[in-house]
Design a protein around this ligand. Structure first.
Ligand code: FAD
Length: 349
């Protein structure tokens, strides 16, 4: 009988593409490639989706799109159109509901009101003046949320259903090189070869290239889960505050985020961040004062300049592709990023 490693090596030996990293970006990329008839193998150092993609809030828009480059908005806008399809497809293949909710967002940061109105008028999306308690606010009814831990479960289920081989608890040590061509990856058990290798290793992507390490680095985000008292909003929603936001899920689960910290690969949480987030939120949303903190965690975003991801072929090494650097908007940009990269690889042949 062949060992499970031999069997896994055999299945990988017929792969067209090896994907390094099993976050939302790596998994959506694998599914988009497989849908185009390319055989993929995904290698994950730990557990699928357990890093930034789990830690995030699941708001499917940049927090303040008017501060972002057009490229980010284009990817978000294309992903908005793809999410409804993705939701249906994932439900069918995995049986998991990703809880895509058209809940809208309420902007309470008055310093941004003028920019917000101008931006909405320019892109043709609705926004209207409203109130939140006594405070003036802008309602952005088009904003959606997804429940990211469920998205991860659904993506895992869809990959299983598609027969995509996944190696978990398997760190990629280095890329295999043959001159200026990347021919696969080195793992503890040996070399895995494929004509194409995609690095989707989130905040760790820079480990595979000096030029990418100059552009993508970890940016810590701390998040709280709250148990609100009885007077909290009963419907799902998102409130955008100066340097904080609150997300209420469909079942009332409430998240308060998030910091943006340059702390290297340190994922610890701090009492200062917790106090600051709670103070800010309570000053805008009085019901937060009575809420109890039931969880506090941190994730490492793949930070990049202006939040613009790197999607496409490596400029120097043939066979090497990147899908990384999605910073604060990786869940919002995942479907379009995956489609764009998969199409580029498919047309290369
Ligand atoms: C607190 C917080 C709030 C956020 N809120 C939102 C939000 O509301 N909306 C939104 O769109 N985005 C949000 N984000 C950002 C979003 O989570 C990220 O942009 C997105 O998850 C990045 O996905 P990824 O797959 O590139 O990275 P990750 O999910 O980090 O996945 C990368 C994977 O690569 C693996 N890996 C690394 N090195 C190796 C190796 N050598 N070998 C094998 N595997 C390796 C890692 O183990 C990891 O699983 C938030 C992030 C945080 C931290």
């Amino acid at each position: 009988m062949p060992s499970s490693h031999e069997a896994a090596f055999r299945s990988t030996a017929v792969s067209d593409v090896i994907i390094v990293g099993g976050g939302a970006i790596g998994m959506t990329t694998a599914l988009a490639l497989q849908a185009r008839g390319l055989r993929c193998t995904l290698i994950e150092r730990g557990t699928l989706g357990a890093e930034s993609s789990w830690a995030g809030g699941g708001i499917l828009a940049p927090l303040r799109p008017w501060h972002y480059p057009q490229r980010v908005w284009d990817l978000v806008a294309r992903s908005r159109a793809l999410y409804a399809e993705l939701q249906d497809g994932l439900q069918r293949s995995s049986g998991v509901d990703i809880e895509l909710l058209h809940c809208g967002a309420t902007l309470l940061d008055s310093a941004d009101f003028d920019l917000a109105r101008e931006w909405h008028a320019r892109v043709g999306l609705p926004c209207e003046n409203t109130h939140c308690g006594n405070a003036e606010a802008i309602a952005m009814p088009w904003v959606q949320q997804v429940r990211n831990p469920r998205l991860i479960r659904a993506l895992r289920g869809a990959m299983e259903a598609s027969g995509i081989p996944v190696w978990e608890q398997t760190p990629v040590q280095a890329l295999c090189r043959d001159g200026d061509r990347v021919t696969g990856v080195h793992i503890d058990q040996g070399a895995l070869r494929a004509p194409h290798t995609v690095v989707a290793a989130g905040a760790w992507s820079g480990h595979f290239s000096e030029s990418v390490s100059a552009r993508v680095r970890p940016m810590r985000g701390q998040m709280l889960r709250l148990e609100p008292a009885s007077d909290h909003p009963s419907a799902a929603g998102i409130w955008l505050l100066p340097e904080a936001y609150v997300i209420v899920r469909g079942d009332g689960t409430t998240l308060l985020g998030s910091t943006v910290e340059d702390a290297g690969y340190d994922k610890s949480v701090t009492p200062e961040a917790r106090e600051r987030l709670l103070r800010t939120a309570a000053s805008y949303l009085p019901w937060i004062k009575a809420a109890r903190v039931v969880d506090h965690w941190a994730g490492l975003r793949p930070g990049s300049a202006n939040g613009e991801p790197i999607i496409g072929a490596d400029p120097a090494l043939r066979g090497l592709w990147w899908n990384t650097g999605h910073f604060r908007t990786g869940l919002a940009m995942a479907p379009a990023s995956a489609e764009e990269l998969a199409e580029a690889i498919r047309t290369t042949g």
